[in-house]
Ligand binder design. Sequence first.
Ligand code: SF4
Ligand code: SF4
Length: 79
Amino acid sequence: MGTYHITIATEKCSGCLRCQLSCSEANTRTFKPFAANIRVEMMDELCVIRFTENCTACGICADNCFYGALTKTAEENNA
Ligand code: SF4
Ligand code: SF4
């Protein structure tokens, strides 16, 4: 599987947490937001999105972001 650079646009984030749920499902086969390698924190006007050190850059979270807050670009070393 290829790896991707993921661009974040926090101003587009809805806080839906589809990214966290899809990452959790892909990696643990369970839907546990806290098990995800991406964390979204909504604080009034401020949205913070960060990746944990366990992120494999698989791009699944971006595939499941329907609001344009996460977009993926294939890394140059992708097969
Ligand atoms: S899926 Fe996209 S819009 Fe939803 S919480 Fe994650 S980054 Fe925000
Ligand atoms: S790129 Fe893959 S491992 Fe990293 S946060 Fe997104 S879904 Fe999880």
